[in-house]
Design a protein around this ligand. Structure first.
Ligand code: PLP
Length: 431
């Protein structure tokens, strides 16, 4: 591979060091310039295949012409009205209600995923007049105080306390590292039975709801075993615990279905959407039932940029693109193709402890030793850096920082999948 030109990159990174704080997430040192579909070019003209979608956002692909055109037209027409309705917001509201499970009939728009989960928590507390929320180890729901208080990752909350009271934490079914040292399916969902003991011990009798991701993103793309979420929903229903499903990351085709809830026919009381919804345009939403959200009176919840016409036109264009280009089916098919290729690497490279995922979202967990499963965060970091050097844009995450995050735009082609896996394999062979 020829040496990369990095003159402008270095200059811009110097500007970043000088003027930006270092609190943002770690990324390989690349300054993005432009992108198209599932490909990216940096400021020095170097080319990359995208396995990030910019943190699972650009689901319809970068710079999609239809999305760009919709945004351009809308920008010339109307950008913000605050809570005055617009055709764009109302058409999007109808679209979302028509496409989500039939028991959900109201949608409230906000600008970010954190705003959506924060709103969901407030709605549930008001509706139930209770304050405790069951949340899960490894859970991530955003960075503002509400979602942070139900985060199951310590680093996110460190030295920000005291947090909002009422968080009760239970193990998520991270089967590769089961805290009970059991194995699915022989465990018979032991962690679910354990929930009652946790609630009996920790709740003061004011349990309002639970919040959970269909798969855990920040924890390292951790997927629960089949059937777990449906059983959890039944558990919640039996105990009148309102079920909040945080699909900020998993929705809009990411797992090979429009909503991850479709895999098990879930019927959450509250559904949070974001990220891929605008495919780069800031928009998120809380979808719920009239009976629940009518606990709020006029003026009790609202957002300056929530449901602005620009973002709504963008989200409407995203729906159209997904339909016209059949992106959900493509995500399922190309995802299967990618998954098989990744699994074939597992046999060859013992540093790969686990590979898991669905549709177009996969995590590769790197370990020092397959038996002990000791996490290998430094190795993961070096592999990511080498991949990026070789033209594959990828990141890492996870409770232990040892999981490679693979989440390309849903428009990625089998040819680009072949090329990207070749790059990964070349890098792995060097370690
Ligand atoms: C599951 C989940 N919920 C909420 C959020 C917060 O979204 P945002 O960063 O848009 O506030 C994220 C972001 O990564 C997420 O993955």
């Amino acid at each position: 591979m020829k040496a990369k030109n990095d003159k402008k990159t270095k200059e811009f990174l110097e500007v970043s060091r000088k003027y930006e704080p270092s609190c943002m997430s770690w990324q390989a040192p690349v300054v993005w310039d432009h992108a198209q579909g599932a490909e990216i070019w940096d400021v020095d003209g170097n080319h990359y295949i995208d396995w990030t979608s910019g943190v699972l956002v650009a689901n319809v692909g970068h710079a999609h012409p239809h999305l760009a055109e919709a945004l351009g037209e809308q920008a010339k027409k109307l950008l913000n009205t605050y809570d005055f309705p617009t055709p764009e917001r109302l058409n999007l509201a109808r679209k979302i209600i028509e496409h989500t499970p039939s028991h959900l009939d109201k949608v409230f728009f906000v600008a970010t995923g954190s705003e959506a989960t924060d709103a969901a928590l407030r709605i549930v507390k008001r509706y139930t007049k209770k304050f405790e929320v069951l949340a899960f180890w490894g859970g991530f729901h955003g960075r503002s105080f509400g979602p942070m208080s139900v985060a199951g990752i310590g680093g996110i909350k460190r030295n920000f306390g005291p947090l909002i009271p009422g968080g009760i934490f239970a193990p998520y079914p991270y089967c590769y590292r089961c805290p009970f040292e059991k194995a699915y399916p022989d465990c018979k969902y032991f962690c679910l039975d354990y929930l009652d003991r946790i609630v009996e011990t920790e709740s003061t009798g004011s349990l309002a709801g639970l919040i959970i991701e269909p798969y855990q993103g920040a924890a390292g793309f951790v997927f629960p075993p089949e059937g777990y979420l449906k059983k959890l929903e039944e558990w919640a229903k039996k105990r009148n615990v309102v079920f909040i499903l945080d699909e900020v990351q998993s929705s809009f085709g990411r797992t090979g279905k429009m909503w991850a809830l479709e895999h098990e026919g879930l019927e959450p009381d509250v559904l949070c959407l974001g990220k891929g919804m605008g495919s780069g345009v800031p928009i998120a939403a809380v979808v719920t039932r009239s009976e629940i959200i009518s606990c709020l009176g006029p003026g009790e919840m609202s957002s300056t940029l929530g449901g602005n016409p620009l973002s709504c036109s963008g989200a409407l264009a995203v729906f159209e693109i997904m339909e016209v280009e059949n992106l959900i089916q493509k995500a399922a098919e190309n995802g299967k193709y990618l998954h098989e290729k990744l699994l074939s690497l597992k046999d060859k490279y013992p540093v790969i402890g686990d590979i898991r995922g669905k549709g177009l979202v996969y995590g590769i967990e790197f370990v020092k030793d397959r038996k002990t499963k000791e996490p290998a965060p430094d190795l993961a970091r070096n592999i990511v850096l080498k991949c990026v050097e070789n033209g594959l844009m990828v990141g890492k995450l996870g409770i232990y920082g040892n999981v490679m995050r693979i989440a390309p735009p849903l428009v990625i082609t089998p040819e680009l999948i072949d090329l990207s896996v070749l790059i990964l394999e070349k890098v792995l062979s060097e370690f």
